[in-house]
Ligand binder design. Structure first.
Ligand SMILES: [Zn+2]
Length: 94
């Protein structure tokens, strides 16, 4: 089972980012958002981090330590995300 990143649409997260309202503390390897930290400790909303990440050129956040997956297409993932946003986006706007 894999989960979709509600920030960038990366479809291979290992844990539900906000299962039952509790953050997973997983870091999305694509956009670098850490659920429960980037939002709660650093104060970014999903939307503001997404905008920042797009502005920075949609780079693979873990590129320093991991190869970028060859089938990763950030623009396609963002389009999919816009077409069907995960519930977590609504549940975690506060
Ligand atoms: Zn992401």
């Amino acid at each position: 089972m894999s989960y979709i990143c509600p920030v960038c649409g990366y479809p291979e997260l290992e844990e539900d980012p906000y299962a039952g309202g509790e953050p997973s503390y997983e870091i999305c390897p694509a956009c670098g958002f850490q659920f429960g930290f980037t939002d709660e400790a650093q104060g970014f909303s999903l939307e503001s981090w997404r905008a920042l990440w797009i502005e920075r050129g949609m780079t693979w956040a873990f590129a320093a330590t991991e190869d970028v997956p060859t089938d990763w297409d950030p623009r396609a993932h963002l389009r999919d995300l816009e077409a069907s946003p995960p519930d977590a986006d609504e549940a975690h706007t506060s």
